[in-house]
Design a protein around this ligand. Structure first.
Ligand code: AMP
Length: 228
């Protein structure tokens, strides 16, 4: 049976998938591919924050300074925003979290919210710092539809333009080299401890992201299918 069909037909409880991993590991790309295949919404706290910035909301204005410097946005700003999003109807059957949780208190807040129903599937997308720097410094995104490109590995057909919608391709302000090293340090200090946190609860799976996008995707699909 086609994997996506099996996921859909066998999933009784909602499915909450958490993608952990350093910036640039491909969490957003994999989450988008999974969203299309298993029809669960991809919830990226980074995207939610960037929407707030675009709409110049108070939250967006407060978050922007932290983001541009490569710092984490304080938990109290993130938690309400995330829980409001996952309480929407489209998350009833579950959702795919990308970029959340990023701190132990965020993970504990999510645990309290879920109360063990369901237990999340947690996947650490593992990638070395050297590869992170190579990936992020060459990453561009369509400003219109959000499609990601990599100037070395998956360049657009026309330089500077999105293949799908012809929107302009831009580099995120926090993908500049000076900010990348800050983000990596923040990742190691504040987010990496989540690996041990979820390993202790026997919820952690690891996928090596140095492999091709397709291979990582297949491993994720297999994992979801066998765990539901
Ligand atoms: P991302 O798009 O996931 O790489 O996130 C971009 C930036 O948004 C991060 O560097 C943080 O400044 C902020 N951010 C995203 N998600 C979170 C989160 N769960 N907690 C705190 N800050 C976050």
């Amino acid at each position: 049976m086609h994997l996506s069909r099996k996921v859909f037909m066998t999933a009784q409880a909602p499915l909450v998938l958490i993608l952990l991993g350093p910036p640039g590991a491909g969490k957003g790309t994999q989450a988008k591919m999974l969203e299309n295949r298993v029809h669960l919404p991809h919830i990226s706290t980074g995207d939610l924050l960037r929407d707030h910035i675009r709409q110049a909301t108070e939250l967006g204005q407060r978050a922007q300074t932290y983001m541009n410097q490569g710092h984490l946005v304080p938990d109290e700003l993130i938690l309400d925003m995330l829980f409001a999003r996952v309480s929407l109807k489209d998350c009833d059957k579950g959702y795919i979290l990308d970029g959340f949780p990023r701190t132990i208190p965020q993970a504990q807040a999510l645990q309290q919210q879920l109360k063990g129903h369901p237990l999340p599937i947690v996947v650490n997308l593992d990638l070395s710092d050297t590869e992170v720097i190579k990936r992020l410094s060459n990453r561009v995104t369509c400003e219109k539809c959000g499609t990601p490109y990599h100037l070395l590995y998956s360049p657009p057909q026309t330089s500077g333009k999105c293949d799908k919608c012809s929107g302009n391709l831009i580099q995120r302000p926090d993908d500049r080299e000076a900010v990348i090293s800050k983000r990596l340090k923040v990742y190691h200090d504040q987010t990496e401890p989540l690996i041990a946190f979820y390993a202790e609860q026997k919820l952690l799976h690891t996928v090596n992201c140095a492999a091709s996008q397709e291979s990582v995707f297949t491993q994720l699909l297999t994992l979801i299918t066998t765990k539901t």
